[in-house]
Every structure is written in C-alpha cells, then in structure tokens.
Design a protein around this ligand. Structure first.
Ligand code: FAD
Length: 406
C-alpha cells in the first residue's frame, strides 16, 4: 500500500471517477462524495481530444467511447434569413482529428467512467457533500453534510467550476474566476417533425448575441443555446435562473433567424442551464493535504472545447504523482509542474473560440465571416485548426505502470 493511502474525492463527474480509477490501480483506498443522488446522465455533447485520448485508451475505454461518438458532420453558420454563410466540419474549427477524437454526450462519458470504477472497492457517497474540513498536517478531518465524520490522508476537489472544496480551503470563487465577458443559456428542445436535422449544428450571430441548435446524432432532442456578451458578470457562483430567463429574453428582443422561437423555448425549458462563461486561474492548485483537479482547479470554459480533456489528463497525472511520491507536497508540485503548461495553453484557446461563436462588434462579425468563408474553401483546415491541434496534443503522458498494485 502507498503512504497517504486514504483519499477522499469530492465530485463524481469526469475528473473524480478518472482519479478514483487510477488511484485504485495504484493501491489507494478511495472514497468519492457526490452532491447529486447519482452520476448524472444526459447532457450536452463534450469532446475528448488529443492527449486525453491516451488517458481513456489506457483505462480500456477507447472502444466504448468510440461507440458513443455522435459524429457531428457539419456546422452551418447562417445569416438573419437562415442563408448559409459557411458550412464547415467541426474539425475545421476545433482542430480536432476526424477518426481519432471523440464527441459524446456528457452523461455517456460520466456513466462509462463511473462503471469503470464499480469494482466494489471504491466507495461512493451520493447525496452528500463536504461540510467542513480540517487539515492538521498529518491528515484531514472531514465533516460531511450528512453529519458523519471521517479522516483521510488526502482530499481532492473534483467538484467543478464552482467547487465546494476550493471555497472551503482557498476561500470565495471571485479572485479565481476569470469572467470572459459572456453568459450562456443551454437547454433542450424536442425536434419538430418538420425539422430533419441530424449530426449537425446551426449557428447564428449578431454583434453581442449568438444562438444555435445542435442535433446530437439522430436524436429527437435538439440542444439549443443563447449566448450574449455582458461587460459585467450578472453573478459568479449563484445564478438566479428566473432573473436570467427574463434578462436573456430582453437581450434577445428583436433578434433575427429563429431566435424568437428559441427564446420562447428557453422560457419554458425545464432543463435550462445558465452560467457565465468563465475560467478558473489559481496561483496554486493545492494547499497542505488538499488538492484540486479538473474544472475546480483550472476550468478553461466551453469556448476552449477542452474542459473534459483537461479533467481527464489532470486526474491521470495527479494519481500517478501521488503513487510515485510519499510526500503529498512533492506529489502536488510534480502534478502541477507537468500539467500547468498544458492547461495554460488550452485555456488560451478560449479567446479564438469566443470570437468565432460570439463576435462582440459588427467589425468582429465581418472578420469572423471572412475567416469562416476562407476556412470553408480551404482544403487543409487552415492555421487556426493546426494550432489548436498542436495544443490539444502538447502533453506527452508520463507512464506510471511500474507502480500498479492491481
Ligand atoms: C454548456 C457547456 C458546454 C461544454 N462543452 C464542452 C465541450 O464541447 N467540450 C469539452 O471538452 N468540454 C465542454 N464543457 C466543459 C466540461 O463539461 C467540463 O470542463 C468538465 O465537465 C469538467 O469536469 P470536472 O469533473 O472537472 O467537473 P464537472 O463536470 O463540473 O463535475 C463536478 C462534479 O462535482 C459535483 N459537485 C459539485 N458540488 C459538489 C459538492 N459540494 N459536493 C459533492 N459533489 C459536488 C457535481 O455534481 C459534479 O458531478 C462544457 C461545459 C458546459 C457548461
């Protein structure tokens, strides 16, 4: 058994179960606490690309992920009348590699990761959360919301952008939240029988406002989004959803294309997800015996398209470094040394993603439309995609196979 073997992970989405899987393989005793009553299914499509493909391959999950690939074939950018400005493959925009990179519903990935940790030895505590923790240097005393107490050698916050663990150890989110000047609404709508969209997305933008619909494979459900620019973040960690429905409706008043119908659907949606577009930047990802991973430590925002991949890669490296260092501080320093440059390069992709999806001025919109038209007529996907591809693959995973215990 490694030293510091008893680990608590807060969050059972992507980073949490990935970390649990690897820590178990290295002989750790792992507990995962998740606020929700189960691993959440469903959800918007996410991407697994570049170095992260190596992580899922090493977990024996590549074939199952490939089977869940939703195979989006085209993205059409339209004008106010619905006429196409440009039609592109998703790879032409993202720099993804067709045939290797995978896009799948978020819930399909979380379910597969969770299943991979169902070995009877990794203990999940659903409908619970860390209420308080105290790191005395030799271990961490944890008080759960359920009222139970337990002691762990290490606690890991894998609890997302608005991380509870980060708040308990590092304080309020505000100093770490880098707001990117945009807010988004995401919701599902059933596909009208008159609509024949499949394996594709349609995107419309005006200065400061953008909308889109996304057909995941042949599903009868479409994902819709409404994104708008706002200089001031309306909130950081605690959205008031009804206020945001109203605010979004006002902001999109008079908008073209199918936006009025989307606003109507947004007002009624029972799965509306509203948030600011934000990144997390922290000077350090650990303090004492507590460490953060995934969005909790370094959310890159969906504009980068790399949040899932960074969560997978960070969890893999953190587990490996904990297995190869008996001193947690040394393990955390090594984890950060290896992963931080990769994170920073991927976080930087959000700025080009932002101006592609939501230009803030007419000038920026005109420039974007020219760039889209050029990319659509270019055979080689252009410099932008090549640069992104380089960044997605810019970390070579260390190998920790020599420390396998099971
Ligand atoms: C609208 C949208 C679109 C996106 N699109 C993409 C995309 O196209 N490509 C891509 O790669 N990424 C995308 N992302 C980003 C991606 O979803 C995240 O980066 C990724 O899920 C991060 O994984 P994580 O495990 O670190 O955190 P999360 O997935 O946020 O999981 C955190 C987990 O912690 C749990 N939790 C929260 N609080 C507590 C608590 N107090 N106690 C216990 N558990 C708690 C949550 O319930 C959740 O299960 C998108 C994100 C959004 C919001």
């Amino acid at each position: 058994m490694p030293m510091n073997k008893k680990v608590l992970i807060s969050g059972a989405s992507i980073a949490g179960p990935t970390l649990a899987y690897w820590l178990y393989r290295y002989g750790f005793d792992v507990t995962v606490v998740e606020r929700a009553d189960a691993v959440r299914s469903g959800g918007y499509p996410i991407d697994v690309r570049g170095t992260a493909i190596d992580v899922v391959e090493r977990m024996g999950l590549l074939t199952q992920l490939q089977a869940a690939h939703i195979d989006t074939r085209k993205l059409t950018f339209v004008d106010a009348d619905g006429a196409p400005i440009a039609v592109l493959s998703p790879e032409a925009l993202s720099g993804g590699v067709s045939g290797r990179d995978i896009e799948l519903p978020r819930g399909a990935l979380t379910s597969l990761l969770y299943k991979q940790t169902q070995n009877g030895a990794i203990h999940y505590r659903f409908s619970d959360s860390i209420d308080a923790l105290e790191d005395d240097g030799a271990g961490v005393g944890v008080c759960f919301k359920s009222g139970e107490h337990a002691r762990f050698d290490i606690v890991v916050g894998a609890d997302g952008l608005h991380s509870n663990t980060r708040a308990l150890v590092f304080g309020p989110e505000e100093p770490f939240n880098r707001y990117l000047g945009r807010c988004f609404n995401l919701f599902s709508v059933s596909k009208p029988s008159s609509v024949s969209l499949s394996h594709e997305g349609i995107i419309y933008a005006e200065p400061g406002r953008a909308a889109g619909i996304y057909a995941v494979g042949d599903s009868d459900t479409l994902f819709a989004f409404l994104i708008f620019a706002a200089d001031e973040a309306p909130f950081l960690s605690h959205p008031d959803i009804e206020e945001q429905r109203l605010r979004t409706s006002e902001i999109f008043a008079g908008s073209g294309w199918k936006v009025p119908r989307l606003v109507e659907a947004m007002q009624k949606a029972d799965d509306l997800f509203f948030d600011t577009v934000s990144q997390i930047h922290m000077p350090r990802w650990s303090s004492g015996r507590v460490v953060l991973v995934g969005d909790a430590a370094y959310a890159p925002s969906f504009l980068s398209g790399q949040g899932t991949s960074l969560a997978l890669v960070g969890a893999y490296v953190l587990a490996g470094e904990l297995a190869t260092h008996s001193n947690p501080a040394e393990a955390f320093a090594a984890y950060e040394r290896i992963v931080r440059p990769f994170v920073e390069a991927n976080q930087a992709l959000a700025s080009s993603g932002g101006s592609m999806l939501l230009p803030r001025s007419q000038e920026e919109l005109d420039r974007r439309n020219q760039a889209l038209a050029a990319a659509a007529s270019s055979a080689d996907n252009g410099d932008h995609a090549a640069k992104n591809r380089h960044v997605h693959n810019s970390l070579k995973l260390p190998n920790y196979d020599h420390v396998f215990k099971r």
